[in-house]
Write a protein that binds this ligand. Structure first.
Ligand code: ATP
Length: 284
């Protein structure tokens, strides 16, 4: 790829009936990175992703996906892209293996389907019919279908919605293993812990504009605040400070001088979720 971004977006705009859903956004996704797209409901994430996937036409701006304009593509670059949508309808009477085989038939160079089924954790369900799978297993099947073409770039739209905590961890491991295979991944999620765990960089979109982009630690590091919590006289005390060393020293020396314990003392750095909530609630 000679250092070219996997995805390039410049000045992207899209309106629906005069309402601007995407208001001029710019970002790059680098080859091999997991890029998280975050934002509240209606922020413009799906519109952006659908434009990148080539399902939706933009009004203005430049878009390149694997070097190709997705709207003007002849379709050949689709072979190199895998898409996992939020909702999909796969033939209910087919088995897990049959579904994979059907999709493998659409590609010139599909992956070995049993390998894919194993990768998404459905090896013990290979002969089960789609209609008998649980919600979480169906999502794994969606992922398997997106991977049979051995894509370079994978779009994951809220991939773990409805997963139980153990299934979520398995899905995270799967995303990590895709990353280690060198795939580029665009991950849309409302779970900030998921983005913090998986994404190399995240972009926060609000009302169609990009309000922040960077690594999770850059976003968190930009907030110098630390939260100190403790209980005093039966009450929960919370101090938010940019000078945790000084505040903590004052609190602890006072408590020591008075011979009491700072009960339930906790010092907490903000999480990506805290920073995100500030960004989307704030009025910058
Ligand atoms: P969510 O997190 O709820 O999926 P989102 O960030 O993906 O939200 P979009 O689906 O891109 O947001 O929607 C952005 C805006 O565009 C919203 O105001 C939405 O109502 C509007 N919109 C989206 N799709 C259409 C459409 N097909 N026709 C008209 N308006 C639309």
């Amino acid at each position: 790829m000679s250092g070219a971004p996997a995805i390039l977006v410049r000045g992207l705009r899209k309106s629906y009936d005069g309402n601007e859903a995407v208001r001029g956004i710019d970002f790059d996704v680098l080859p091999g990175e997991v890029f998280g797209l975050l934002g509240p409901n209606g922020a413009g994430k799906t519109t952006t992703v659908e434009i990148l996937e080539g399902y939706r036409q933009r009004d203005a701006g430049e878009v390149r996906v694997l070097g190709v304009d997705p709207w003007r593509s002849d379709g050949s670059h689709r072979e190199r892209i895998g898409v996992v949508l939020q909702h999909s309808e796969l033939p209910p009477a087919l088995s897990v293996r049959e579904v994979h085989r059907m999709f493998a038939g659409y590609y010139l160079h599909p992956r070995d389907i049993d390998e894919v089924i194993e990768l998404v954790g459905l090896a013990d369900k290979t002969e089960e019919r789609v209609k008998t799978l649980s919600g979480g297993q169906k999502r794994r099947l969606d992922l398997g279908v997106a991977l049979v073409g051995d894509p370079e770039l994978v779009f994951l739209d809220e991939p773990t919605t409805g997963f139980d905590p153990a299934a979520r961890r398995t899905a995270w491991d799967l995303v990590r293993s895709l990353r280690s295979l060198g795939k580029t991944i665009v991950l849309t999620t409302h779970y900030l812990d998921e983005a913090q765990q998986l994404a190399d960089r995240v972009a926060v979109i609000r009302e169609g504009s990009l309000v922040r982009i960077g690594t999770p630690s850059e976003l968190i590091g930009a907030t110098p605040k630390v939260e100190i919590r403790y209980r005093a006289h039966g009450r929960e005390m919370v101090v938010t400070t940019g000078e945790p060393t000084r505040v903590l020293a004052e609190l602890t020396s006072r408590a020591i001088a008075e011979g009491r314990e700072l009960e339930a003392l906790e010092v907490r750095r903000p999480t990506l979720e805290d920073v995100y909530l500030e960004l989307v609630d704030g009025d910058e």
